[in-house]
Design a protein around this ligand. Structure first.
Ligand SMILES: [Zn+2]
Length: 289
């Protein structure tokens, strides 16, 4: 099963690489539908809470305990998560580009962060928070996973700019700069700052999650089914050249069901798809009188 999955991912990546960058009229229509659907799915007045510390994303051997000094202040909330840059992505933040080149503003924090466990989502530590907008689909995904025999839980969720600053330096000290750059994100460049991104593991896993989750049946199920609930794997296998990060089979980003379905059907790398959407939006703005 593992090999099949790898083969599939590789094919998807290959397919993506050979796909033309010219966006067709059909894609434009689909994009509009996505934006409308995503916008419609959102709304409602979120309550701000103080964000809490999270675990490390990566490197081998597990993450550090983040000291209180690195814990974030209460979110400020901004319409535009980027600093000093034109804003063409969707204002709800589900389809925001965050990668090695594009950073979020240091003071950007979502305004609808909620504690996962108090919303019935298994999480360790129990102080983890994420955006309210992902909760319902996340619970559905975990419930479906449970039916398939997997007790998933979240082990990292929202991380503030400040936390990420601390975390990146931790990994630099521990692994050296080159290896830290490969696997951990600099502050502002982590999708975890969006509050829509989760690191997921499963109960009963034997071994280091970073080493064994991807090859486990639970990892395979999530990889195959996450999109049905709006979650996509940000860093697929064999896509390091494009994403800038090595394969992270535990790291999922919520983009909403419509967008996730398109990513799945097209075999696209999520960040590439989101950039395409952004270009369309930029074009539409430029063309407007
Ligand atoms: Zn992660």
């Amino acid at each position: 099963m593992r090999q099949n999955r790898e083969f599939k991912v590789r094919n998807e990546v290959k397919r993506h690489r050979t796909a033309p960058y010219v966006v067709t009229a059909a894609a434009l229509i689909v994009t509009v539908v996505v934006f409308v659907a995503v916008r419609a799915a959102l709304g409602g007045g979120p309550a701000a809470v103080t964000a809490n510390n999270e675990d490390a994303d990566l490197p081998r051997g597990g993450g550090p305990d983040i000291p209180a000094a690195a814990s974030p202040a209460a979110p400020t909330g901004r319409a535009n998560p980027y600093s000093g840059e034109a804003w063409f992505a969707d204002p709800d933040g589900l389809l925001v580009v965050v990668d090695r080149k594009r950073a979020l503003a240091p003071n950007y924090a979502p305004t609808d962060l909620v504690p996962l466990t108090s919303h019935g989502v298994p999480a360790r530590p129990d102080t983890l928070t994420a955006r309210r907008v992902i909760i319902d689909d996340l619970k559905e995904m975990f419930a479906a996973g449970k039916k398939a025999g997997f007790d998933y839980f979240v082990f990292s969720a929202y991380r503030s700019y400040k936390t990420q600053t601390w975390l990146f330096e931790y990994w630099v000290k521990k692994l050296g700069r080159a290896e830290a750059e490969r696997s951990s994100a600099r502050a502002g460049h982590s999708e975890h700052q969006l509050g829509t991104t989760l690191d997921i593991s499963v109960e009963g896993l034997t071994g280091d999650v970073f080493e064994v989750f991807g090859a486990s049946p639970a990892g395979a199920w999530l990889s195959d089914n996450g999109w049905r609930f709006g979650f996509v794997m940000s860093y697929p296998e064999d896509a390091e050249e494009t994403t800038g990060y090595e394969h992270e089979p535990w790291h999922f980003r919520y983009v909403g069901r419509e967008a996730a379905k398109i990513v799945h059907n097209r075999g696209a790398i999520p960040s590439v798809f989101i950039r395409e959407l952004e270009e369309l939006r930029r074009g539409a703005r430029t063309a407007a009188p």
